[in-house]
Design a protein around this ligand. Structure first.
Ligand code: 6SG
Length: 207
């Protein structure tokens, strides 16, 4: 039975799922829901919490992006080598979720009024992850192997470089980390694909 990701035809919250599946070469089917189809209401009514993404793996149907990400991370072995590393990965992931929540608020609610102050604040947030990467010689956020948090941070770096092309200029570790993630063969291939290149970052045309 194929894995099926149902979401809007945007990066949005689902892109951290896509990056992980692509990098781990896990076949899955995209089921894109257009804005028109969503506004019609039937799909929304079928969603447990009235929201997307939805992820199906055989008889398991999941909603909530981070539940889907953690399920897949356990399945794919990208959730640390033990409970301690998994807890540290969760800690990193929650902080990256804070970044994403602030970004989503800017994009959908405050873009025209708050972009400048957002970008003024951004370096203090990125500096924390620059330091984390500097302190972990394993090359990833936690331990010696890639984890679900790395795919999530990588997505934030990609999105924020579009928001502000100079966002990473003062952070050599983040630049090297971005380059290392981009050079992973399956991620490189995915980022070269039309599916990735043609998918808007957000659903309101702002980026
Ligand atoms: C939107 O809220 O993409 N899912 C979204 N929006 C439609 O009726 N905690 C969970 C999770 O992490 C939050 C899910 C989130 O899974 S994400 C959803 O279902 C609703 O609530 C952001 C996103 N927006 C892009 C977008 C364009 C067209 C459809 C979605 C316009 C904006 C939102 C709906 C229509 Fe839209």
């Amino acid at each position: 039975m194929p894995l099926v990701l149902t979401y809007f035809p945007v990066r949005g919250r689902a892109e951290a799922i896509r990056l992980m599946l692509q990098d781990q070469k896990k076949e899955y089917k995209e089921n894109p829901i257009s804005l028109e189809a969503w506004m019609e209401g039937t799909v929304k009514k079928s969603c447990l919490f009235g929201q997307l993404p939805k992820f199906e793996d055989g008889d398991l149907t999941l909603f909530q992006t981070n539940a889907i990400r953690r399920y897949l991370a356990r399945q794919l072995g990208v959730y640390g080598k033990d409970d301690k590393e998994a807890a540290l990965i969760d800690m990193m992931d929650e902080s990256i979720q804070d970044i994403m929540n602030n970004y989503v608020r800017l994009i959908y609610m405050e873009y025209d009024t708050k972009k400048e102050s957002y970008l003024k604040e951004l370096p203090s947030t990125l500096a924390r992850f620059e330091k984390i990467l500097a302190c972990n010689d394993g090359g990833f956020l936690v331990g010696k192997q890639i984890s679900l948090a790395d795919y999530f941070l990588f997505l934030q770096l990609l999105n924020h470089q579009v928001l502000s092309p100079t966002a990473l200029d003062d952070f050599p570790k983040l630049q090297a980390y971005r380059d290392k993630m981009s050079a992973r063969p399956n991620i490189k291939a995915y980022m070269n694909s039309d599916a990735f290149k043609n998918r808007p970052i957000n659903g309101n045309g702002k980026q």
